[in-house]
Structures are given as structure tokens and as C-alpha cells.
Design a protein around this ligand. Sequence first.
Ligand code: ZN
Length: 496
Amino acid sequence: MSEIEGKYIIHFKLRSRTNLHIGTGKVDMDTDALCQRNASGEIVISGTTLAGVFRCILERLYGESDPIITEFFGYVDEQSSNSQASHIYFEDAVIEDTRSPHTDIRDGIGINRGYQSAQYHCKYDRETVFKGAFFPCIITVNLTASNKNKIDTILNYLRICLYTLNEGLSPLGGGASAGLGFCSIESAKICFLDFMTRRDNLQDFLLKDFYDGNNTITLKDKDGNDYFQDFSFTSKISVTPSQLKYFNYCVKIEYNLETVEPLLINGPRTNEEDVDFKFVTTGGECFIPGSSFKGPLRSRAEMILRTMGDNSICDPVANPCPQSTPCRACEIFGYQGKKSSILVSDLEACENPSLKYFTHNKIDRFTGGTIANALFDERLVFNGTFKGTMVIDSPDLFTIRLLIHLFKDLYLEDIRMGHGKTNGYGKIKGKITKLQVFAISLSKIDRKPLSEYGLTYNKEEGIFQIIEITDIYFPENKKVFSSLIKAVKSKEWVYE
Ligand SMILES: [Zn+2]
């Protein structure tokens, strides 16, 4: 390995926008899956996890054998036992969060389609870090004589990773299909230390603390210049489509769900609770787990697909279809062993939702009278709005058609969710607040150019061309969508 001529230090804060699970594979008495911790018991995202996430984002774009990725991230060739150390180092990122504790246990339950109730032996749980926690991250890139000419490329690769994480196009950690791991990237800074011609840079690097939280940002060199400059990851980066292997485009939908009827998404039962059924909270705030919204969406999608004459749609819990030939619903929403191509983030409350307490008495099914000592209480959201994000990786037009149907049904208040759906609970209205299409190379979706439907690429950021629409329910945008729906209805879509 050639001599190190300098170092780039990149510093940024990763903030969890939804709860986050960075697993260890360890199990304890309370939960099946614990978060990573360092020796002092603090929650961390380990450097190896971060490196893995960044590498994974890049390999999705450029392929596993991209020479720049292997050169900078290192490799081990198991055949020849050749290996190369990496030129990029990721520090462990320790949580910055004043709340205590910073985590809770997230329950996941498989829903039985026939009974609409929890399926026996289909429960798992994991520890999650609350949304809003910060992780200060530091990445160091070594500059050597041999990698000098590729350094701009690798810095752009890192920009691409930050952009992808910030937009939620690649959630972090486990449980992404259950709504976890959406992040944002804040105050990204970069500094270059020149060890060849600036002895003071080397001295500062060895003697000063470059790794101490906010100090890294204000550190100045001997001339009084700031070491750190802004590391912009939203400005345009040019790539030739031929470099790109896999990722084609994705659709991101931001939406609100408003309660039309009282809503009860059951939280886990705890001993000290004064209420029998209470709305699920995390970090003291009501929220809707992504998986709790995805369940009803999938059920409705199954219904639509069956109505469209697809008899192969399976019951994913009681009678899943064979993995070798997944049905359409499994292909889109995932099945055991395959991740869903639709990621539904947890939904957070827009402002404090109004909560109400209800007391009911269980009814004896035989006499129709009340049962003695069978009072139960519920704490539910009477009036509230929740916002969430949905990311769909390279949907074909069939999937787009399905999504249009789903959001139409949500807008028409035709989908219910949560507890007590048969008792006048759980009706919601869903409204798209922002729709974005991120495309790199337009080859796949340009077979039927979206401009023909009045959709235009109106933004360029990072490596993406972006269609962004914020006011879908405005008449002029409604026109765009009805033309798209008409085109889709007349089967002008391309089957992949
Ligand atoms: Zn299936």
C-alpha cells in the first residue's frame, strides 16, 4: 500500500426520522433482536454497519465488481486469498439523545386474513431507537499516490450515498419493510488535510481532536481558515447511464392519513396500564407503525387483484403461495424470504391528535345482555392526522396502476384500519401531499414517456432527474392523473 499523502474527513449527523433498528443478532429475555451498543452500553451504529450500508447502496447502482468500490472499500478474494485494505474508514456513530431510555420494543404480528386477528406463532419483536435521535458520523478517506486520480469519483460516490439515505430511498438497518430506518442527513461537512505540503495539517491531525462532536466543525488551521467546508450532496452529479447496473428509478409518495372515524391501533399490553386497549405510542407519541398501514393496503390490493380476475392471489399467512412462483401481491408486497418492493415508513402525528377514552361492556352473544365484570376501556385517536412516506423501487406500470387504485380508495375514505373495523372505527382519508419520481437513466420508463401524460422532470439533484408534484388534487394536476389513469385503464402499460 502506498504512502498516505493526505486525508479527507467527512462529518455529518444522521437523524432517525422514524424509529430505527440496527441489529446485533443478539437475543435477550425481553426481545428477539437488540440494537448495537458499545462497551459503555451506549447505542451505536457501528462503523462496519455504516460501511456495509454505503457499499450496498453503491453496489445497487454500479454492480458488485465496480473497480472503484472494491479499491476504496477493500476486498477479500477467497479463492486466491488476496485481499486489500480499504481506503475508507467509518467510525462507530454513538447516539446523541437526551431522552432516557432511547429505545422501546416494537411488536410485529402476522395477521390472519380469514379471522382478521393475530396469527398464532407469527409474532416477533425488536428493539428500536426512537425517531429524532442523532448519530454524529465520521468517514475518513485516505489519499495515496495510487488512488489520487479516483478521489473525486469516490467523493461523489459518498455524496450519492448521503443523498439516497436523506431521501429515504434506502432505509437504514432492519425492519425497513415494517416502517423502520428512514433517516435524514444534516450538516454534512468535509475537510482535507494535506500531509505532503502542509506540516501543520499533519500536526493538527495528530494533536487536535478531530473527532469530538461539534468541535470538528469549528476547528481552524494556523492561518485561521476553517478546516471544514460544506459537503453538498444535493447538487447535480453527472454519470453516464452505461456505468449503472441495476437501479433504474423509484417512486416516492408522501401522504397524510386523516381520521374520519375514531382510530385504534393497539399498542402492546403492559401491566401498569390503566386502559385495556390503548393507541400505540413510541417515545410517548402516538404513531402508526408502517406495518399497521401496509397490512390493510395489502388486503385491499389483494381484493383489487382478485376483482381484476387474478385467481392466483394467495393468503400470505394461512396459505402462502410457493416461493418459486410468487403471486402478484407477494411480488409487490413481499413474502417470507423476499423483501417487499414497497417500503411504507412509520407514520407520525402531524400535531397532537385528540385522544378519547371509551368504556364498553362485553355483550353476551347468547342472551344479548351485558356480561358482568366485563367492562373494558379504550384510549383511541378521535381526531388526528398522520404523515408518512412510501418508496417503491422500479414499479412497472402494473404496480403503478395498483397504487393509483389504492390511493383513490384512500381518498374516497373506502379503507379502514386498526381495531374495531366492524364497529364504526378506523375509517381514514388518505391524501398524497407530494409525489416524486427519481430516475437516473430513463430507458426503462421512457418506453412510454411520462411526458405524454403531462409529467415533466422538473428537478435535478445528485444523480437523479426528478418529477415532483405537490398539489395533486389541484384541477390541473388532477387532469394529468386522470390522463394517466385512462392510459393505464386502456392497457397502454408495458408489462416488464
Ligand atoms: Zn402470494
